[in-house]
Design a protein around this ligand. Structure first.
Ligand code: HEM
Length: 417
């Protein structure tokens, strides 16, 4: 690694967006690469431990399908280590659990996320997306992040939670959570993010209390009113505290990811005008393929972490017990061993059955069907009404190895008449 290049764990590697060329070089040099730890001033928690990055498609899948060796629980899936006294509390969040605990909690909510249940939300999602584009369609310019990409996902989550009247409140808190990265110094950043996280946690607990005892088929209701099946007999569902953590998971995992994919869609389709014209020529036919290809071409979630529970090996590379392993979706989704001509954006591409952008194995994204629905609906709304939309000024990327988010992206388009 040249002296001047920061480690891939440092936000500084992402100030210009995804470092695709550098990732391709590493992926072709080997399955894994060691990325040294860093003190990263662009992050709210500056101490980041060194980790083995896994860059290839099959090997990323192999890590994710083996939770006994590669634990989510041991030090959480975040790229930065939480303070040791926080690890136990954070293991209350589904994404940071290992089997068998994980499987028991996941079963409480998995039936809510089926394609049929998500499809039933379509009319509400369509109404929300229409409202978003109605506000800007006649103007000719907009803030691509705050006006277009951001307003939909948290409102949809409020619908899913059965608290649509709290949509605005949830949206406001999630904006504070995401906006914290803009704060001038790491201390303020940490404080703002923590404050917003606590607010969303409390809202989850409050909703859980309201739903407890009166099941209505919504997520937190299922989480607290269901039965945790176990070898030692069945137990009551999640506590209010655990429901607060689930709410937080949705506010982070179900919000920033969808907003990032929406903003990236606008950017990518402007970069590939032939593909945009093809999409616009037959939206019914091409929207599903376009969504899959956008998720492949620029994975919204760049990376997720595991911790080795034992001494192990990844394609010949020894990883010692306690070692950090980062599954890098950005590189794996452009692996030429898995995709022909991977750097070409092609909405007619035959997609593999499993879309790795949503993970793989035990923790495969519960919200994948909902994310697909939202992205299909918002892209249809945008490309049927303002199809020549494109970035019209400086794009500012969020400097983080975790998510391909943008902080600012002004856009312009021919106003709708
Ligand atoms: C384009 C949008 C999205 C992307 C790219 C995405 C990506 C992912 C990935 C890669 C994982 C696996 C993490 C791991 O293996 O540790 C995951 C898990 C999860 N996602 Fe998503 N996600 C998206 C949207 C959503 C939405 C809309 C929701 C819910 C409203 C959601 C809820 C979850 C939950 C609850 C988990 C944890 C599942 C578990 O631990 O069993 N996601 N997501």
């Amino acid at each position: 690694m040249p002296q001047s290049e920061p480690t891939l764990l440092d936000g500084g590697s992402y100030v210009d967006g995804c470092p695709h060329a550098r990732l391709a070089e590493l992926r072709e040099a080997g399955t894994t690469s060691w990325q040294p730890g860093t003190v990263d001033r662009t992050m709210s928690q500056p101490e980041v431990m060194g980790a083995w990055f896994v860059h290839r498609y099959e090997e990323v899948k192999a890590v994710l399908r083996d939770p006994a060796t590669f634990s989510s629980q041991r030090r959480t899936v975040m790229l930065v280590d939480p303070a040791p006294d926080r690890v136990e509390a954070m293991a209350n969040m589904l994404i940071n659990m290992d089997p068998p605990k994980h499987s028991r909690y996941r079963r409480l909510v998995a039936p809510i996320f089926t394609p049929r249940r998500m499809e039933a939300l379509r009319p509400r999602v369509e109404a929300i997306a229409k409202g978003v584009i109605d506000k800007i369609a006649s103007k000719g310019t907009a803030d691509g992040i705050n006006d277009i990409a951001a307003p939909m996902p948290m409102r949809v989550i409020a619908e899913l939670l059965g608290i649509p009247e709290r949509g605005e409140q949830i949206f406001e808190i999630s904006n504070r959570m995401v906006g914290a990265v803009d704060a001038p110094d790491p201390e303020t950043r940490r404080e703002l993010a923590l404050e917003a996280a606590l607010d969303i946690h409390l809202l989850g607990q409050e909703t859980a209390r309201e739903k407890r005892g009166s099941p209505d088929g919504t997520i937190l209701s299922a989480y607290v009113n269901g039965t945790l099946e176990g070898v030692e007999g069945d137990q009551p569902g999640a506590t209010d505290e655990e429901a607060g953590w689930f709410m937080m998971l949705m506010a982070v995992g179900g919000n920033e990811t969808v907003r990032t994919a929406t903003a990236q869609a606008i950017r990518i389709l402007a970069e590939w005008p032939d593909q945009r014209d093809l999409l616009v020529s037959d939206l019914d036919r091409h929207i599903p393929g376009a969504v899959e290809e956008i998720l492949r071409y620029r994975a919204p979630l760049r990376s997720i972490r595991r911790t080795a529970s034992t001494d192990t090996e990844i394609d010949g590379q020894t990883v010692a017990e306690g070692g950090k392993v980062v599954c890098n979706f950005t590189a794996a989704l452009r692996d030429p061993r898995a995709f022909d001509d991977p750097d070409t954006f092609d909405i007619t591409r035959e997609q593999p059955r499993t879309q790795l952008a949503f993970g793989f194995g035990e923790h495969y994204c519960l919200g994948a069907n909902l994310a697909r629905l939202q992205l299909q609906v918002i892209l249809r709304e945008i490309y049927s009404r303002i199809p020549d939309i494109h970035p019209s000024g400086e794009v500012v990327h969020q400097p983080t190895p975790l998510i391909a988010a943008m902080l600012r992206m002004p856009v312009a388009f021919t106003p709708e008449r």
